[in-house]
Write a protein that binds this ligand. Structure first.
Ligand SMILES: Nc1ncnc2c1ncn2[C@@H]1O[C@H](COP(=O)(O)OP(=O)(O)O)[C@@H](O)[C@H]1O
Ligand SMILES: [Mg+2]
Length: 254
């Protein structure tokens, strides 16, 4: 199953969610691939796996076969395709290619069967990189930061998903919404939470991700937080979310 993690807002926890959810699932013996589609390559760096010569951009430009671009990470069961800065240019370079929205889908359709889960990390835009990720995906997972205006951006994202469903990928499903950087001492967090739960109902994951400094420190060590410090509140939250993710994906596919 291919899951894109998207939200056109930056800094909401997309990369942190990809990295830790993927690691949590790999640690319970799921075969996982992380595909970094963000030209800022933060998830590649978080796994210490930045590899511009074998990036997804080189696959798009037909310099590298997708199977060659797949590299093992230092986490067992977890492979990664790196991103690189040049990927930002793909938007312009492919502007005249009528098939551009399906390019990623065509490249990864054959590798999908080798994995239980493929997680695609995306940039903070609703341009080609995010749209082609959603076109290639079975599900979308949306991290939402517990802050003011968080829900406003969400309605635009939901409209984009609907447009993709009618034009590019009729099978795309919403896996769920994860509330991130939840601060229980801040009343705004609980306000955003109750609004999100009222409006999006059971689409919102039961567990929130707390604001936790270890989650932000782990990438500088080139390690996912749940490897760097399993006991911290952020790691524990992502382990709980991984269980909920499994429940949601089996109940939806079955
Ligand atoms: N739950 C959290 N608590 C504290 N810091 C977090 C949390 N989630 C993410 N961060 C930090 O916030 C910043 C943005 O998160 P990131 O996952 O990179 O967001 P995005 O990929 O949406 O831009 C990063 O520095 C990250 O380490
Ligand atoms: Mg990111």
């Amino acid at each position: 199953m291919i899951v894109t993690i998207a939200n056109q807002k930056g800094g909401v926890g997309k990369t942190t969610t990809v990295v830790n959810l993927a690691t949590a699932l790999a640690s319970i013996d799921k075969k996982v691939l992380v595909l970094d589609m963000d030209p800022q390559y933060n998830s590649s760096m978080s796994f210490n796996a930045y590899n511009p010569k074998f990036s997804i951009y080189r696959v798009f430009s037909n310099e590298v076969d997708v199977n060659t671009a797949i590299k093992k990470s230092q986490i067992p069961n977890l492979d990664i395709i790196s991103s690189c800065e040049d990927l930002a240019a793909a938007e312009y370079e492919l502007a005249d290619d009528e098939n551009r929205n399906f390019l990623l889908k065509n490249h990864i359709s054959n590798i999908k069967r080798n994995y239980d889960y493929v997680f695609i990390d995306t940039p903070p835009t609703l341009g080609l990189l995010t749209i082609s990720s959603l076109t290639a995906s079975d599900e979308i997972l949306i991290p939402v930061q517990c802050e003011f205006f968080a829900l406003e951006g969400l309605s635009k994202l939901i409209k984009t998903i609907d447009a993709i469903k009618s034009n590019l990928n009729t099978n795309l499903k919403l896996n769920g919404i994860i509330l991130t950087m939840y601060d229980k001492r801040n009343s705004l967090s609980s306000l955003i939470e109750s609004e999100a739960r009222e409006y999006f109902e059971t689409n919102v994951y039961k567990f929130n991700v707390p604001r936790n400094v270890t989650l932000s420190e782990a990438p500088s060590h080139g390690l996912p937080a749940i490897i760097y410090d399993l006991k911290c509140s952020g790691s524990q939250a992502y382990i709980a979310l991984a269980k909920e993710f499994l429940e949601r994906s089996t109940s939806q596919s079955g």
